[in-house]
Design a protein. Structure first.
Length: 152
């Protein structure tokens, strides 16, 4: 269940708070192949299960940018801001890929509100999303997302 905020301005009171977690998602070969088709990145470590068995990870792995893109899927499961006429993905700050996400892994997002600043007509929030891999010590991705919320 998402952490709810009644308005964009209410975000400021939660700076430094952990906002919660998304649902778990299994990364299957079909998702990896679909991403490869969408981006044109058909490197064998992603799309060739037979060759990847003997590769450095023992199986195919999700593209780093596929793992990063899951922040867009996970954030609405973690945070909901009411009283908004428009929300905008303004970009990302620091992005890291500490561990590979092997096919068949389950991942989820956890989020922490890092900062909130006023911008012209709205509020800008930096939310650090950590994409955890079930059973692994290191996450698959850590990204500082930047969102802008414009009050209704």
């Amino acid at each position: 269940m998402a952490t709810e905020f009644p308005s964009p301005n209410a975000l400021a009171d939660a700076v430094g708070d952990h906002l919660g977690y998304s649902d778990w998602l299994t990364i299957d070969q079909e998702r990896i192949d679909t991403f490869a088709d969408a981006t044109g990145d058909h490197q064998w470590i992603h799309v060739d299960p037979e060759r990847a068995k003997d590769g450095p990870f023992g199986a195919t792995i999700a593209h780093g940018y596929l793992t990063l893109s899951l922040a867009s899927l996970f954030l609405p499961q973690i945070i909901h801001v009411r009283g908004v006429k428009m929300g905008v993905n303004y970009g990302c700050g620091k992005v890291r890929f500490p561990a590979p996400v092997r096919v068949g892994s389950r991942v989820r997002g956890g989020a922490e509100l890092v900062s909130v600043d006023e911008v012209k007509g709205g509020v800008q929030a930096v939310i650090r999303v950590t994409i955890e891999i079930e059973g692994e010590e290191r996450p698959g991705c850590v990204v500082e997302t930047i969102s802008r919320y414009y009050p209704a």
